[in-house]
Each structure stands twice: as structure tokens, then as C-alpha cells.
Design a protein around this ligand. Structure first.
Ligand SMILES: O=C(O)CCC(=O)C(=O)O
Ligand SMILES: [Fe+2]
Length: 246
């Protein structure tokens, strides 16, 4: 299958794995081709990492499993600390609410941007994550940006031995808006390959957020309560197709 690769009309060939990612993204974003193009670009190389005959496969599987289990522990700890800062009764709910969470690991390889007049190219468009929290590792190339409350893009500069924690949509909904899901994006400023690992820590599929609302504690904000398990289910299905479930 071919798709329109860029504004200049250059066509790029897609692997079956890319096609699947594009289909899922188009479903998710109601046919928004422009938005999905950058997503598919970002996933292009992670698809090739999953080739069954790759000699790296057995070793990298073990490393990724180990990374996933370490990040699962870290996610639990981070959530525990975050909700202890919320005060009220939130803290008491840690065990009952978060004990069945699970993670998805997404390996992303951003190919170097093609030569354009632009100083920077969007690698992954602005979005929020439909997770409780996401823990991101980015390599030394950098490019991750977070939007401030005032709408200003801030560079998250790469720093050795440092991981980035983003609050996701599920945590925003669960906390009734006390925590804000971060808007972020990736911009490619250098003509080099960029590599990142994003670990999405999510509630179990069956969890219904409407039932977790603590109306005594917080102001009911109906728009936040619109996160039904159905929406999350379809989101999770789509990330499972491009990620490793830990
Ligand atoms: O590549 C990155 O640094 C961030 C990736 C990301 O935001 C995502 O996969 O949702
Ligand atoms: Fe993200």
C-alpha cells in the first residue's frame, strides 16, 4: 500500500505493520490523515524492530522484559507518591484502584527529517496520552516538548539517567481534574535518527472510571467523566497493535 508521504507528494511504500498502524490511527482520529502521517512515521522503524528473523530478537526481548518490569514498579511508586500529594481520601484508594494496572511499551525510532527549509520538523504531533502516567526515555537527540498552561512549548532537554513522567488522560479523569494530562509533542531539529521508549501505565480494560468518582471530595466535572471504558478500550487496542504489553 502507498500513502502520500509528505506535502511534496512523494509517495512512500508502507510495510504491512505500518499499514495496520495507519488504519488504527485513522479509526482513532476519524480519518485525520495529516495527524496519522506523523504517527505512522514515528512507528515505521519500531515495526522493523519486531521482524521475527532479526538476530537481535532474543537478547532484546529479555532486555525489554526487564525494562518493562522495572518500569511497572517505578510507575506504581510514582502514582503512590503523586496521589499522596493530592490529599483528601485519594491516598486511601491506591491499593484498590491501581493494583490491576498494566503497561505498554512503545519503541519509537524517528528517521532523520528530510532536507527542508524548515529549521524543525514535527516528529509526533501534539497529543495527550490515554494512560494513567507515561514514563519516557529519550536519547541524547532530544526534541520532546511539553506545553505549559499558558500554551508555551517548553523543551524537555535530554539528561543522562533521567526519565520523563507525563500525567495521562486516565489520571486526569480519575483525579477529577486535579492532575492535568500533559500536552506534548516531538520536534526534530537535527538531521539524525532519534530513539525513544514510552511506557504507558494504564488501568485494567474493564475498569469503569465513572465508578471511581469520589463526589464527596471533588467537584463533579461532567466533561471529565466522559471517559468511558469503551473509549479506552479502543485506544488500548490500538496501542497494543504497536506496542509490547508488559
Ligand atoms: O518520543 C517521545 O519522546 C514521546 C513519545 C510519545 O509522546 C508517545 O508515544 O505518546
Ligand atoms: Fe505521548
Amino acid at each position: 500500500m502507498d500513502f502520500k508521504g509528505d506535502e511534496s507528494g512523494v509517495k512512500k511504500t508502507m510495510s504491512p505493520c505500518d499499514v495496520e498502524a495507519l488504519k488504527k490511527c485513522l479509526e482513532e482520529h476519524k480519518g485525520d490523515h495529516l495527524k496519522c502521517q506523523s504517527h505512522v512515521e514515528a512507528f515505521r522503524s519500531s515495526c522493523s524492530l519486531k521482524k521475527p528473523n532479526s538476530p537481535l530478537q532474543p537478547a532484546s526481548n529479555e532486555i525489554l522484559k526487564d525494562y518493562g518490569s522495572k518500569l511497572s514498579c517505578l510507575s506504581r511508586r510514582v502514582i503512590e507518591i503523586v496521589i499522596s500529594c493530592l490529599g483528601g481520601n485519594f491516598e486511601k484508594k491506591f491499593e484498590s484502584e491501581f493494583s490491576n494496572c498494566h503497561g505498554y511499551l512503545r519503541i519509537i525510532n524517528y528517521s532523520p527529517p528530510e532536507c527542508t527549509a524548515e529549521k524543525e520538523v514535527e516528529g509526533l504531533g501534539m497529543h495527550t496520552d490515554m494512560s494513567c502516567i507515561t514514563i519516557v526515555y529519550q536519547d541524547e537527540v532530544g526534541g520532546l516538548q511539553v506545553r505549559s498552561k499558558e500554551g508555551k512549548w517548553m523543551d524537555i532537554n535530554p539528561c543522562e539517567e533521567t526519565l520523563i513522567v507525563n500525567i495521562g488522560d486516565l489520571m486526569q479523569a480519575w483525579s477529577n481534574g486535579k492532575l492535568r494530562s500533559s500536552e506534548h509533542r516531538v520536534v526534530l531539529k537535527q538531521r539524525v535518527n532519534r530513539f525513544s521508549l514510552a511506557f504507558f501505565w494504564c488501568f485494567e480494560d474493564e475498569k469503569n472510571l465513572e465508578q471511581t468518582a469520589d463526589t464527596e471530595l471533588t467537584v463533579m466535572e461532567s466533561h471529565l467523566r466522559s471517559y468511558t471504558s469503551k473509549i479506552r478500550e479502543s485506544y488500548e487496542k490500538s496501542i497494543v497493535s504497536r506496542s509490547i504489553v508488559m
